[in-house]
Design a binder for this molecule. Sequence first.
Ligand SMILES: [Zn+2]
Length: 526
Amino acid sequence: MAKASGKPKKKSAKKASKKTAKKSTRRAGGTSRGGASVKASTPGGTFKAPAGGMKIRMYRQGFGDCYLIAFGGENGAQTYVMIDMGVVYAAPGKPATMKSIASSIHAATGGHVDVLVITHEHYDHVCGFKFAEQELRRISFGRVWLAWTQDPKDSLAKSLHEEYGQQLKALRAAAVKLKAAADDEGCDRLRRFLSFDGELTASKGLGAKEDFSPTTKEAMTIGVGLAASTEYFKPGRVIDDVIEGVRVYVMGPPYSKEKLKETEPEKNEAYLAERAALAGFIGALSDGNAETLRPIDKAYAIDEKAAGTHEFFAREYFGNSAKNADERAKRYDWRRIDASWLRAGGSLALQMQNATNNTSLVLAFEHVRSGKVLLFAGDAQPGNWRSWKDVKFNVAESAIDRDADCVVTSDDLLAATVVYKVGHHGSHNGTMKGEGLEKMTSRDLVALLSTDKEQAEKSGWDKIPKPELVERLMQRTQGRVLSADHEAKAPDKNRPASQASSQKAWKAWVDRVSEPEGVLCYDVEV
Ligand SMILES: [Zn+2]
């Protein structure tokens, strides 16, 4: 509820939660104050949680995130939280899907969303804001929650964005150069990786600025602008004055450049060496001028034209004495690196994707009365996960605070998690094992997996989702995994998953899941 100023003040948890209850009752039905339209706890629309309960809707647009949570107040009023809205570039029919999701959210909420959370700036989490802008503008949004990495006033965030911009410039220059060198395969691979940053207008050919229209940034800007009030969060914050009966814990992203760059489950040296090599790559390319790019210093290079007239190079590198093109390709071409060094850009692009994933705003919603936690991990990667154990939350009193010392830890939150939004679409580095999934010990655990194998493959990620992770999720949840994959079917009462603990438990689970709009979404009662 609360302050419409966009600058929530710290207060003691005890005082705040008492106040919250009072204010929610008084302002139920909606009101606005001080510029932002804060209308928490409205009567709601077609999607409602029972009084004092929670309901989660997972849209099934494919490989991408869009969630809606309804929190039912004691008097039945609803508070709606929406998280992300996007799908990968490779998904078919994106605009139409996003528009129907927006219309669905409008009907579901009665036209008001209290909190819009945008986890991070990636196409598969934000493109819907652009495709369905018109439809979304018909919904009123109370406030937008973002990670500190989006805060224009934060100096660390600023330097991260500058670095990112430089790397992006280098990659675009590399793609142009690869195209010029007729390395279509290398160029296409890089373009596919670049799609996380926006739409590529493939038909126009490379070189023109329009080839890299900044769709992701544009969509992000639209999303952020949907509400008058934006708030940026660092880990350690407890937000207990917005949703009646709910505490929101900000777990990540870590306020540390080093941690944001930890994107692999194990630290390995080869990986670090690669990063150093890539720094050189960026140095060579970041002026963005495709003409002046070179893998080695000019002083040690020989001009291609001049080399062609030199007897040794003409014979050994250009294969002038070869009988035909075939022999030339086989015997001599390997000696020339031409544009192949530029293919290293693929690794850089992947690292950039991972680093941005690590900026995901990770939120845990604690339903105070039941002690149930919903964990939304965005696309957090190992550096983000690892940082959670250093974050301590001071709260007055909580059922999930296992040693009752008024400090809630990430272990407490993981142990109480009943709904886990699987990190990064089920990739090998999106869910930590020992420090993550194995600590989610609730017998009620449900996993929501926003992935689609075919779309992942089309995007160049042939190892998402990771089969071993999906198998472990199935075990830990006793088969209660809902996937956005277009091939996945809703759970069937008569066909219990092999991991189900009993027929009865399986039936009880199936009763909690519904498909109110066909294959568009799942609703889960918690
Ligand atoms: Zn994603």
